[in-house]
Design a binder for this molecule. Structure first.
Ligand code: PMP
Length: 434
């Protein structure tokens, strides 16, 4: 291979991608991969969906860019309306960006401007959880609870308060007992009280944890509990649905599993399904009105809301609905979960299998009963990713325990998967684990 001018995370070179169709990808040497992670939990409707490509071609023939402060476009209006219709009642205002980190930044700045507009300028702290991941920009990193990614930048950003993610399985608590959810919600309330409620702007949470926790499903009573705590103290509730949204967990929004009523919803990844860089925030009507009345939203990115991105986004939602992919995620998620549970019976290294819909993960442990992590230097999560990749299966991995130790892989294929694909995923994982 000739010298590359690219640089990303490390010096490691990756195979060169040639084509991708449906759940499969091919490199330039003709090797085929089953995309068991949808990229990074992005390609929810599969690769090269012809109807999305056609919608993009049609839009490209008309216009590819219109600066949002100069023009509205049919595409951005249509996507905003489609998005609002899929959000809870009262959330009808949509703001576009080009990715998840930009969307998280936008949610934080909208919340801050709302506080200023309603005379609550003392509120600026955004509480989040450890572990969590909310993006790579400095604002989003300040609310990310994942030490290896945040520590090197500590002097450059203001550290925000964190509460523990509700990892009942590590704390020896029963996830089905509502007292468990209440226990973790009380930790949020204690944090708000310790910080001083008048200084706290918002709490941001992923309804089902993403890569940092390995698909952590909150215990019974947790989501309702944190919502009640936020309401009690005038703290805005932000749901980060970057990974969970667009059908991934078997509902269009994961917040629907608990009938949540947030103030701001953050979307990206599956929202554009890998076709274009696109993200959005959807916010409560009154919140946006107050900000607009207060002088306007002082925020925006040049490429945001461009017609090509919005046309693709609207076509993605059309496809999710036309193919019934939310229901398929629920159905195939159940079927994949059963297969992963079966692998757990065969491989002692699997300490836990968890998730919702097609946001599934397995955590590897030295001792399943004691929940002891494997020695970090063995890098088990990375080795399993690499072995599976060589065998033609793509999965995604991270360190489970605050980024410091613990190993998990995410098994999150596109929502178009069939039982045959699930068999292929399971057989390859079985061989990789062996
Ligand atoms: N929030 C969550 C929950 C995410 O999973 C991610 C990306 N992994 C982000 C925000 C940041 O998104 P992006 O990488 O598109 O900036």
């Amino acid at each position: 291979m000739t010298r590359s001018h690219l640089f990303y995370q490390s010096r490691q070179r990756r195979p060169v991608l040639d084509q991708a169709r449906g759940v499969y990808m091919w490199d330039v040497d003709g090797k085929r991969y089953l995309d068991g992670s949808s990229g990074a939990m992005v390609c929810n409707i599969g690769h090269s969906n012809e109807r999305v490509l056609e919608a993009m071609r049609r839009q490209m023939e008309k216009s590819t860019f219109g600066y949002r402060l100069q023009f509205e476009t049919e595409a951005s209006e249509r996507l905003a309306a489609r998005t609002a219709a899929l959000c809870p009642d009262g959330i009808n205002r949509v703001f576009f960006v080009s990715g998840g980190s930009e969307a998280v930044e936008s949610a934080m700045k909208l919340a801050r401007q709302h506080a200023l507009a309603i005379g609550q300028g003392t509120r600026w702290k955004v509480i989040s959880r450890t572990p969590s991941y909310h993006g790579c920009t400095l604002g989003a990193l300040a609310i990310t609870g994942y030490a290896p990614l945040t520590d090197p930048f500590a002097p450059m950003m203001r550290e925000m308060p964190k509460v523990p993610a509700p990892r009942a399985y590590l704390d020896g608590l029963d996830p089905d007992d509502p007292a468990t959810g209440a226990h973790y919600a009380a930790q949020l309330e204690a944090c708000i009280l310790a910080e001083g409620p008048d200084s706290v702007l918002a709490f941001i949470v992923e309804p089902v944890g993403g890569a940092s926790t390995g698909a952590l499903v909150p215990p019974a009573g947790y989501m309702e509990g944190v919502q009640a705590v936020c309401r009690r103290h005038g703290v805005l509730l932000i749901l980060d649905e970057v990974m969970t949204g667009a059908g991934r967990t078997g509902r269009f929004l994961a917040g629907e599993h608990w009938d949540m009523d947030p103030d701001i919803i953050v979307l990206s990844k599956g929202f554009a399904a890998g076709y274009v860089p696109l993200g959005a925030i959807a916010a409560r009507d009154g919140l946006v009105e107050a900000v607009l009345d207060g002088g306007g939203f002082l925020h925006g990115f040049t490429y945001a809301g461009n017609p090509l991105a919005c046309a693709a986004g609207a076509a993605v939602i059309d496809e999710i609905e036309a193919q019934g992919l939310v229901a398929n995620a629920a159905r195939m998620g159940g079927a994949l979960r059963a297969r992963l549970d079966g692998l757990m019976d065969r491989h002692a290294i699997i300490g836990d299998v968890r998730g919702r819909g097609l946001l599934l993960a397995m955590e590897f442990m030295a001792d399943r009963d004691r929940k002891t992590p494997l020695p970090a230097h063995l890098n088990v999560h990375q080795r399993i990713v690499d072995i599976a990749f060589d065998m033609g299966l793509i999965v995604y991995s991270r360190r489970t325990r605050d980024g410091l130790e613990g190993d998990h892989i995410m098994v999150c294929p596109p929502l178009i998967v069939t039982e045959t694909h699930l068999d292929e995923i399971t057989q390859t994982l079985d061989a990789a684990l062996a």
